[in-house]
Design a protein around this ligand. Structure first.
Ligand code: APR
Length: 234
């Protein structure tokens, strides 16, 4: 009878991709310092100026194509040798996939996918870095980025909560925990589930003292935590 592997749930944000050269949102010089989120990442922005929204995500897609997974992404793949690892990410980049992680839930969508504006079930891969005005779905409607904008529902949230509820260990990496409902995820973990936070800065974690905060960057902190988990030290 196979021994059931311990389940490690890893909740990531923009900070895990920062050292890959992808801007975070709320650090100094982050994306929301450069763009007004209401102009590029809301349904109203899409109605008002779809060309600007498409340009914003084209620039980010180009940035992701030029980026590569860092030691933080790669260390999470090593965990899969011994644990049942589930990644729940707020990131729209594909760096977890490119590092080799297998089980990934994207709460806020994916930069290399587009979606019909007539039927949201129609989702298409984006080849290269551009999604442009005039790119249409099979029903003839303009394609939009397959991204969850502010004010939109987070379809994967219930699935993510169910995954968090089964965690034996919960690891939070590189998120300021400022955006809901994603930031609520850590409250769905089982009581007394060991929780680790890897972030060089303080974050908005109301979860109280049962989080062990590793004040380090992802590329340094994640490999250290992974080594401790793999060696049975924790
Ligand atoms: N390693 C680890 N963490 C880092 C690093 C690094 N090298 N650099 C920065 N960080 C941390 C910051 O300290 C901060 O806590 O990453 C976090 C980034 O926070 P945000 O910029 O708010 O990004 P995130 O929490 O992922 O934003 C959530 O907001 O704009 C929306 O949909 C967007 O998914 C995004 C959501």
């Amino acid at each position: 009878m196979a021994v059931k592997k311990r389940k490690i749930v890893v909740f990531t944000g923009a900070g895990i991709s920062a050292e890959s050269g992808i801007s975070t949102f709320r650090d100094n010089g982050g994306l929301w310092d450069k763009y007004d989120v209401r102009e590029v990442a809301t349904p109203e922005a899409w109605v008002k100026n779809p060309e600007l929204v498409l340009r914003f995500y084209n620039e980010r897609r180009k940035n992701v194509l030029e980026a590569a997974p860092n030691e933080g992404h790669k260390a999470l793949v090593l965990l899969e040798k011994k644990f049942d690892v589930q990644i729940i990410t707020q990131n729209i980049d594909d760096l977890h996939e490119r590092a080799g992680s297998k089980n990934i839930v994207h709460l806020h969508g994916e930069i290399f996918k587009s979606r019909s504006t007539k039927n949201p079930q129609l989702i298409y891969p984006i080849k290269g870095w551009e999604l442009n005005p005039g790119d249409k779905c099979e029903l003839g409607s303009q394609l939009r980025p397959h991204i969850v904008w502010f004010g939109e529902m987070v379809p994967e949230m219930e699935n993510a909560q169910e995954i968090a509820a089964k965690a034996d260990v919960f690891v939070i990496i590189g998120t300021s925990l400022n955006v809901y409902p994603a930031a609520n995820l850590l409250h769905f973990t089982p009581p007394r589930c060991p929780m680790f936070l890897i972030d060089p800065n303080d974050v908005n974690s109301q979860a109280g003292s049962n989080i062990i905060h590793i004040r380090n960057t992802a590329s340094k902190g994640v490999p250290i935590l992974v080594e401790q988990l793999l060696s049975g030290k924790i």
